[in-house]
Design a protein around this ligand. Structure first.
Ligand code: SAM
Length: 274
């Protein structure tokens, strides 16, 4: 009982931290070089894009609806999936992040970050000319049908009628659960909550930080993170009702440690709802 109360107040404290989240600064810290250097294979963003490209193109991930949990102000995580699914729903806890995404999707490209090199890079991964990026941008704008509120700490993370009753065919979630949870128990519970949004045997593609205890969500906005190791990620997935298909790990080279967090690595998990 005491433990539950502590976790509840921890969740409330996390929500308070996010009130100061600054989407433009967050994009600047994490989605520009050296972390997003497309000329380097060992840069963190190209690594993430390669994992997602592979996972979406192995033939086992299919269906109509892809839902991204905790999108933040970013779009990179659905650039491969938008070719496989005819309907994509983006979600975030903060109105500010949903507005940022809305601006790109509806105002023809106006947003705090230029996503063009991302679109071009994923086109190349798909064996297309990089000039096909405009087609990919048009496809993304067409298939994203909604940008909705989500709270992974709620047993019902999205509004009741937000998704079809069968659930999504696939979930993707990047750097969300560990950066919004006060402890490992809350992280595992959140995995269980989002599982309810997924159809039976649907896929979960989860990317997250390893060994991270904080990151900056804006100037002076220090947000605590649950430091995870690979074994904890695997155990949490199992405990929450997923079967792990593959876990890949990236270790940050020294020059990617740019002072905006203390992350040491990144995991990519491909899993399936039991
Ligand atoms: N997915 C993006 C990425 O890959 O960079 C953003 C990740 S950012 C570290 C964490 C995101 O979780 C923020 O956009 C934040 O608004 C969102 N968030 C905060 N509290 C949340 C909650 N209770 N449920 C779901 N998302 C939450």
């Amino acid at each position: 009982m005491m433990q539950e109360k502590k976790s509840e107040s921890g969740v409330a404290a996390m929500a308070a931290c996010y009130q100061k989240f600054d989407p433009a600064a967050y994009l600047q810290y994490n989605y520009t070089p050296p972390r997003a250097d497309f000329s380097r294979k060992d840069s963190i963003v190209p690594w993430k894009l390669a994992c997602l490209h592979r996972a979406f193109n192995e033939g086992d991930v299919s269906g109509e609806l892809l839902v991204d949990i905790g999108s933040g102000p970013t779009l990179y995580q659905v650039l491969s999936g938008c070719e496989v699914f005819n309907k994509v729903i983006l979600t975030d806890f903060l109105e500010l992040n949903r507005q940022e995404l809305h601006r790109w999707l509806h105002n023809n490209g106006s947003s705090s970050l230029d996503w063009t090199p991302y679109l071009q890079h994923v086109c190349k991964l798909e064996g297309r000319r990089s000039s096909a990026w405009t087609e990919k941008a048009a496809r993304l704008r067409r298939v994203v049908t909604d940008i909705l509120h989500v709270d992974v700490h709620s047993p019902q993370p999205m509004a009741q009628d937000a998704l079809p009753s069968t659930g999504a065919d696939c979930l993707v979630s990047c750097f969300c659960l560990e950066s919004v949870s006060p402890d490992l128990a809350a992280f595992s519970r959140a995995l269980g909550h989002i599982r309810k949004l997924l159809r039976p045997r649907g896929h979960l593609l989860l990317i997250g930080a390893l060994g991270e205890s904080y990151y900056f969500g804006g100037p002076g906005v220090r947000i605590p993170v649950v430091p995870l190791d690979e074994a904890q990620v695997c155990a949490s997935l199992k405990e929450s009702g997923y079967t792990l298909i593959r876990l890949e790990v990236y270790t940050l080279p020294q020059d990617m440690r740019v002072g905006v967090d203390d992350v040491t690595g990144v995991f990519f998990a491909k899993a399936k709802k039991d």
